[in-house]
Design a protein around this ligand. Structure first.
Ligand SMILES: O=C1O[C@H](COP(=O)(O)O)[C@@H](O)[C@H](O)[C@H]1O
Length: 355
């Protein structure tokens, strides 16, 4: 990707009380690798995941709301980002607190995942970017052998490169459940599922830019599974499973985010416990991963990180040390800490965009 200028925007979501700032807009100077706070929004409880629309005009955030009986639910909040951060509307979007939001390529629909409710929800988005009505809710069923797998925990929704299928890693049931988006009838149609090894806890996912492979990070046993992706069938076939931890590391760890470089050469995952990014080289012919190394995230509990468009920087969100750190990506694919880190309360989502 070619950058048109050095100034980019980085949105940050966090765990926060509604009375405090929870969503932040920073300017990222891609020449210096520095972040300057431009704006912050309060009024959202725990906006822990954010998503920007295809035209870079809207920001969507999840937030914890309450229904008429006071039970916790998942609200979705739409902001215009054409000028500053201006809230457009907010609505109940899933009938349990949510952990992830993703819009489709045309920004007509948003999908929310509820870790705690074990379900996903399809919501309409209007032409002016507002959150519309709940169109469909799909409840997952099942459990797994790990203590954190007593119920289903879908953790993210991921569109296939052609936008036809949505893959939902469910941490609670060791399955990646696939849906087709039926745009005409505005609902989700169950398409199939991929079973992973017991106790893995699949969480987040990314596709290789060549569209032939997908990679899933497993929170509970700190592994990544590389899959060959059959776009015709909308099916995944495992080709390799690798650890995200260095040999000999035996302390508690839970992985979180996974991302692939724009050129598809390197795959990155975050380790909460080892507090590192793991880096793998990716073979574009076979999808096989080879460990390149680990680098400290410069803080504790990296629940999220992002590769900055343009391929030169990575930014980590370290929840337990309340900081966001900037790394320059070297030729070998390894992120190198720039020495630049800023303080933010419980950051858990970083979204860099070229507005
Ligand atoms: O990463 C994780 O996410 C889930 C869901 O987050 P929440 O903010 O909706 O609670 C969390 O409960 C789990 O402990 C954690 O590992």
């Amino acid at each position: 990707m070619t950058l048109h200028n050095d100034k980019m925007t980085v949105f940050i979501g966090s765990y926060a009380e509604a009375s405090a700032s929870g969503v932040y807009r920073y300017e990222f100077d891609a020449a210096e690798g520095t972040l300057t706070l431009k704006e912050q929004a309060s009024g959202l409880r725990n906006p822990t995941f954010l998503n920007v629309d295809a035209a870079n005009r809207r920001l969507y955030a999840i937030a914890e709301g309450a229904d008429a009986d006071g039970a916790k639910v998942g609200d979705a909040v739409a902001f215009s980002i054409e000028g500053g951060l201006e809230e457009l509307n907010r609505k109940l979007a899933i009938t349990a607190p949510s952990c992830h939001i993703q819009r489709d390529a045309d920004s007509e629909f948003a999908l929310l995942c509820s870790y705690h409710g074990g379900r996903i929800s399809l919501v309409s988005l209007s032409d002016n970017g507002e959150i519309g009505e709940i169109l469909d809710i799909q409840q997952h069923e099942g459990s797994g052998p790990h203590p954190n797998q007593k119920t289903p925990h879908p953790h993210s929704t991921n569109f296939s490169p052609d936008g036809k299928y949505i893959f939902v890693p469910d941490l609670g049931i060791d399955r990646i459940v696939a849906y087709a988006l039926d745009k005409e009838n505005r609902k989700l149609v169950r398409h199939g599922e991929t079973v992973v090894h017991p106790g893995a806890g699949p969480r987040h996912m990314t596709f290789h830019p060549n569209g032939q492979f997908a990679f899933v990070i497993n929170e509970l046993d700190s592994t990544v599974i590389a899959f060959r992706y059959d776009a015709e069938k909308g099916a995944l076939e495992a080709v390799q499973t690798v650890s995200t931890l260095p040999e000999g590391f035996t302390e508690a760890n839970g992985t979180a985010e996974i991302a692939i470089s724009e050129d598809g050469r390197f795959l990155y995952g975050s380790n909460r416990g080892h507090d590192s990014l793991v880096v793998f080289a990716v073979d574009a012919e076979s999808g096989q991963l080879t460990l390149v190394g680990h680098v400290s995230t410069e803080g504790k509990h990296p629940r999220h990180f992002a590769l900055v468009p343009g391929g030169q920087f990575a930014i980590t969100a370290n929840k337990d040390t309340n900081n966001v750190a900037v790394f320059r990506i070297s030729e070998s694919g390894m992120p190198v800490f720039t020495g630049y880190s800023i303080e933010i309360s419980q950051p858990v989502c970083v979204i860099p965009v070229q507005l």
